[in-house]
Ligand binder design. Structure first.
Ligand code: ADP
Ligand code: MG
Length: 339
């Protein structure tokens, strides 16, 4: 049995403008020690997928369906108190912006201690020792001197390390990282990703890495979900995504893979905008932006089905020959760019 099994997850928001179908039938499994990458442009439903699993949507305007089974417990049906206990203890989340997640008027050490004391029956002294150890584990230099600093005394990269320390302090089974390095420069980003890799190996935790950056995915993921318009359009082991991509949206993302060695202006972008989830396009949600769209794509919803290997799922009406040809072309273009 997988550590986390998500089946047909759906999340709808009731808004003044109507119903937003933010997540529409997402399924995946996650094993201990593995990393699942979730990629897609902004607004594709990545964050809401994870917030739904953690029960962090506002219940007043949100309805969710499906199953999110963690260690045998369905998180969507467990009581709020049990869920609160799991969160931060067995499953924790690293948010994108440490400035909004850290309390600006509390010392770093105090905030880390709090994260321990909420969940564990330990003394203040022990909590402080754990806070210090957590700061050291994420390689914050001179942790003992800095434990009583406030968040604004830390750089962006160091604040992000504090967020990671906080997410890891109770040694969770799963860490959900929502664009944890987006706000950081390339060097700091690489250091943080390396650090997460090391800590993952040491503790055998599972990671869900949400990002719009395929470069990050290539670095850390074992399996990848590509999301578009609230749905999974491709789901495969990481090598399949990079060497045998099967969906036009993935080809587009790979075409706009940011590379340090080429000018930003030279990047191929996917033309157009992601769909509004208030009123998504009929048929395939990607069809208005797809260079390969056919009549059927405008009316019939393609299902997520295996292509070739059973572990490689994709949602597209194109014939196999075209998929094969365009996949090869995308990968060749990428490799040419890289050389
Ligand atoms: P991503 O993380 O992929 O950028 P999100 O999961 O945050 O995207 O959002 C998916 C969609 O749900 C977007 O269209 C967003 O505007 C909408 N959305 C997110 N949160 C809410 C909310 N609380 N109320 C209404 N719509 C929301
Ligand atoms: Mg997001």
């Amino acid at each position: 049995m997988a550590l986390l099994e998500v089946e047909d997850l759906k999340t709808r928001f009731q808004t003044d403008d109507g119903v937003v179908n933010a997540v529409d039938g997402v399924s995946f499994t996650l094993d201990r020690g593995k990393t699942l990458g979730i990629v897609g442009e902004s607004g594709s439903g990545k964050s809401v997928t994870c917030l739904t699993i953690l029960g962090l949507n506002d219940p007043r305007n949100t309805t969710s369906e499906g199953v999110a089974r963690f260690d045998g417990v369905d998180l969507l049906r467990t009581d709020p108190e049990s869920l609160r206990q799991l969160r931060g203890m067995r499953i924790s989340m690293i948010f994108q912006d440490p400035m909004t997640s850290l309390n600006p008027v509390k010392k770093i050490g105090w905030q880390l201690e709090e994260a321990v004391l909420v969940h564990r029956d330990v003394s203040h002294k022990e909590a402080r020792q754990l806070a210090l150890a957590a700061m050291e584990s994420v390689r914050i230099p001179r942790a003992a001197q800095r434990i009583d600093d406030y968040p604004h005394q830390f750089s962006g990269g160091m604040r992000q390390r504090v967020m990671i320390a906080m997410a890891l302090i109770n040694e969770p089974d799963i860490v959900i990282a929502d664009e944890p390095t987006t706000a950081l420069d390339v060097t700091t980003q690489a250091q943080i990703l390396d650090l997460m890799n090391v800590l993952q190996d040491e503790r055998h935790m599972a990671i869900i890495m949400i990002t719009h950056d395929l470069g990050v995915v290539a670095e850390v993921a074992d399996d990848v979900i590509v999301m578009y318009g609230g749905q999974v359009v491709e789901h495969a082991p990481v090598d399949e995504i990079f060497y045998r991509p099967r969906h036009p949206y993935t080809w587009g993302l790979l075409g706009s893979l940011p590379r340090m060695d080429i000018e930003v202006e030279a990047l191929a972008q996917i033309p157009g905008q992601p769909p509004s989830l208030l009123n998504p396009p009929a048929g395939c949600r990607f069809h208005p932006r797809c260079a390969f769209a056919m009549d059927i794509c405008r009316t019939e919803v393609p299902q997520l089905v295996p292509y070739g290997d059973a572990s490689h799922l994709q949602r597209c009406w194109l014939d196999d020959a075209t998929k094969e040809r365009e996949s090869v072309r995308t990968v060749a273009a990428l490799q040419q760019e890289a050389s």
